[in-house]
Design a protein around this ligand. Structure first.
Ligand SMILES: [Zn+2]
Length: 156
């Protein structure tokens, strides 16, 4: 033992501080917490949100592989789609996909499943596009329907 070897820095090799698990957040975390200081305050809410996002990811991935049979008509994305139609009125399939920021093929799978479940109806427009419309007990919140109708009238 000639020369003393300097001890490795505390904690071993330097590992870059882990990043906050909230998508899009670039803050690093402390004390091996999953979230940055800002987001750790919203811990419960964030966890729920992340779980929901993970579930949506799993569902979308399953739909890519298996098509409309993998759609959960009571899931978050289906709910978003129905909510959007309730709020904004009927939409063509491509427009709906654009508005929801999802690929057309994916939205088509949702529309197929929701149509089987009796939640939406589809019609061909004169131009050959598929028009998607809510069906049945349409809106949970009637005041929303009224304001959506007003908007439609005003913009017509
Ligand atoms: Zn964060």
């Amino acid at each position: 033992m000639a020369r003393s070897i300097p001890p490795p820095p505390k904690g071993g090799r330097r590992i870059p501080a882990p990043l906050c698990e909230v998508p899009g957040c670039t803050e690093s975390t402390r004390e091996r917490k999953p979230f940055c200081t800002k987001h750790v305050a919203e811990h419960g809410y964030v966890r729920e949100l992340l779980a929901q996002l993970a579930e949506v990811d799993r569902e979308l991935e399953a739909i890519r592989r298996k098509g409309s049979s993998a759609v959960n008509v009571h899931g978050t994305t289906a709910g978003d789609l129905l909510g959007f139609l309730a709020e904004n009125g009927p939409r063509s399939l491509p427009r709906l996909a654009r508005d929801l920021n999802l690929p057309v093929a994916l939205v088509k799978s949702f529309v197929t499943a929701l149509s089987r479940a009796g939640r939406v109806v589809t019609k061909r427009t004169e131009r050959g596009a598929l028009r998607v419309e809510l069906q049945g007990p349409a809106v949970a919140n009637p005041s929303q329907a009224v304001s959506a109708n007003r908007r439609r009238v005003r913009s017509a």
